[in-house]
Design a protein around this ligand. Structure first.
Ligand code: ADE
Length: 225
């Protein structure tokens, strides 16, 4: 898979996408992640990428031309399945959407900034708008990092234990059951007896019961869907 991220602040993305599972997935060639500085596509000598809104009021708007040039440059070399714009008023990002996007070959993520982009970018240049939650960030970079992280860890081979992505919370609309490791007792706090019983079938039943109970208690909305 290949993910191209277009941003006015590339420094915000290099750190989050260069560690742990994502770093290993990149090294193994499971994913190629390319970060592009939108200013490289500015067409004037001041490298301008934003301007005042015609509607007045505070805040700057990202101009269409540098974005169009950046997208045209990428699209001239590769066919992209989706051009995603990160914005708080987009479709809500869920595990289901992460699963869907992890099946695509090539994605572009365009990070919003300032007050947002010229509406014509949204109307004519992007194929999808995604929000990571009902709150407003200073820019779309952290959202792009979250999308990328959630998508890449689902790619075959990204996680060494084949089973572990499948048993994540949300993967089957249930929260994951609790986990324990050694010691068996700490400050009088004990690991549930059943997990030490060695009875695999009972342990599997316990895990399912715990998953359903936690979901009912913490996220009843997931059970209603
Ligand atoms: N940019 C600013 N806030 C955002 C959000 N909640 N999701 C995606 N992109 C954003």
């Amino acid at each position: 898979m290949r993910i191209d991220i277009i941003t006015a602040l590339p420094e915000l993305l290099t750190g989050p996408l260069d560690h742990s599972i994502i770093k290993r997935a990149r090294q193994k060639g499971i994913v190629e992640i390319h970060i592009h500085n939108l200013r490289d596509y500015a067409f004037d000598k001041h490298k301008t990428i934003d301007d005042y809104p015609f509607s007045g009021g505070g805040g700057m708007v990202m101009m269409i031309e540098p974005i169009d040039l950046a997208l045209a440059d990428l699209k001239s070399k590769i066919n992209y399945d989706e051009i995603i714009y990160t914005s708080p008023d987009g479709e809500l990002f869920t595990q289901k959407l992460a699963n869907q996007l992890s099946c695509r070959e090539n994605l572009i993520i365009l990070c919003g900034h300032y007050k947002g982009v010229d509406q014509r970018v949204r109307d004519h240049l992007v194929t999808r708008e995604i929000s990571i939650g009902d709150y407003v960030l200073t820019g779309g970079e952290l959202a792009a990092a979250i999308l990328t992280d959630a998508i890449v860890r689902l790619l075959p081979g990204a996680i060494s234990d084949e089973e572990s992505a499948l048993t994540d919370s949300f993967q089957d609309d249930l929260l994951a059951p609790p986990l324990y490791t050694r010691p068996k007792e700490y400050k009088g706090w004990k690991v549930p007896d059943i997990l030490l019983s060695g009875n695999d079938k009972e342990i599997e039943n316990w895990k399912m019961d715990q998953a359903v109970e936690r979901t009912r208690r913490l996220r009843p909305d997931l059970l209603q869907e």
